[in-house]
Design a protein around this ligand. Structure first.
Ligand SMILES: C[S@@+](CC[C@H](N)C(=O)[O-])C[C@H]1O[C@@H](n2cnc3c(N)ncnc32)[C@H](O)[C@@H]1O
Length: 281
């Protein structure tokens, strides 16, 4: 088992398979659940945005979208348990048959009214999500390292909302500020970020772009530690960034917090307030 500099086990191989089966098989054993906990917040944010900005079908960019998991949950109104059952019990299907079944899911289920764009460095994951119909468009780019191309800027131009689960920490201020710069709409944002990743640098960069950020009270279980060694490494990282893990990570789970950012204009304070008060779990 390999660990990265933060102490997390490296699961890179499951992000680049031709379909999501390895991803869901590996993460089911760890009770990975942050996309499910994020779903009502993202749905509420989309609704609030539609009303506040009078945009019928907002464009949502999911940073580190992988196989389009957040989009699938929202667009098809399914749960993570549904997806675990779907992909963990499908060993005998070809990729083509799995795709056909996912396309049928998209065709027959109705959920959030939005366009979903996935941004990721994994072409196989994006490709699957686009072919399945979970994502409407994909941007295959590493905006931590380089500016978006003209074509990528065009895909991002109509971005209304920017969301993420499980990605910030590896993806940071450079990506978010490049997405904001590419959009002509001052998009609203909601990011679920592990407590071991300080959000200060991102908040500061967004503030320079005219954004306010709030962090919701409360924490969200992301997944179980894979081993005592991973837990011990992550407890060290938390201690290094001044986060007290007592009663949370000490009990065996990674925890995330929700950061919501919006432009300092007439509409943003309303949704920031709404989320501050909200108890959607
Ligand atoms: C832990 S997975 C989270 C996937 C999904 N959001 C979820 O919650 O299930 C992290 C994702 O971030 C992607 N990623 C890593 N570095 C990235 C970067 N610089 N830009 C965009 N995506 C990146 C990975 O390919 C992977 O799909």
């Amino acid at each position: 088992m390999r660990f990265d500099a933060t102490g997390k086990v490296t699961l890179d191989h499951i992000y680049t398979q031709p379909d999501p089966r390895a991803y869901f098989s590996a993460l089911r054993g760890l009770d990975y659940q942050i996309p499910q906990l994020a779903k009502p917040y993202f749905a509420a944010l989309i609704d609030e945005y539609r009303e506040a900005r009078q945009v019928d079908t907002p464009q949502v960019v999911d940073i580190g979208s992988s196989y389009g998991i957040n989009a699938a949950l929202l667009r098809c109104d399914v749960t993570m348990d549904d997806l675990y059952d779907r992909y963990c019990d499908a060993d005998d299907l070809s990729r083509a048959a799995l795709l056909a079944s996912d396309r049928e899911l998209v065709r027959t289920r109705t959920g959030a009214r939005a366009r979903f764009v996935g941004l990721d460095i994994s072409e196989p994951a994006l490709s699957y999500a686009r072919q399945a119909g979970f994502l409407d468009d994909t941007v295959h780019a590493d905006l931590e390292r380089s500016e978006p191309t003209t074509g990528q800027q065009a895909w991002l131009a109509d971005t209304d909302l920017v969301v993420s689960t499980g990605s910030l920490g590896y993806v940071g201020a450079s990506t978010l500020s490049r997405v904001v710069a590419s959009s002509n709409r001052s998009p609203w944002m909601a990011h679920f970020v592990l407590r071991m990743f300080p959000f200060d640098a991102i908040e500061e960069r967004l503030s320079g772009l005219g954004y306010d950020t709030i962090r919701l009270d409360g924490v969200f279980r992301q997944r179980r530690f894979i081993s005592a060694e991973e837990q011990s490494r992550v407890l060290d990282t938390l201690s290094g960034v001044g986060v007290d893990p007592t009663g949370l990570e000490t009990d065996g789970w990674f925890y995330a917090q929700l950061h919501i950012s919006g432009p300092r204009d007439g509409t943003a304070p309303r949704f920031l307030e709404t989320f501050q008060r909200a108890n959607l779990r």
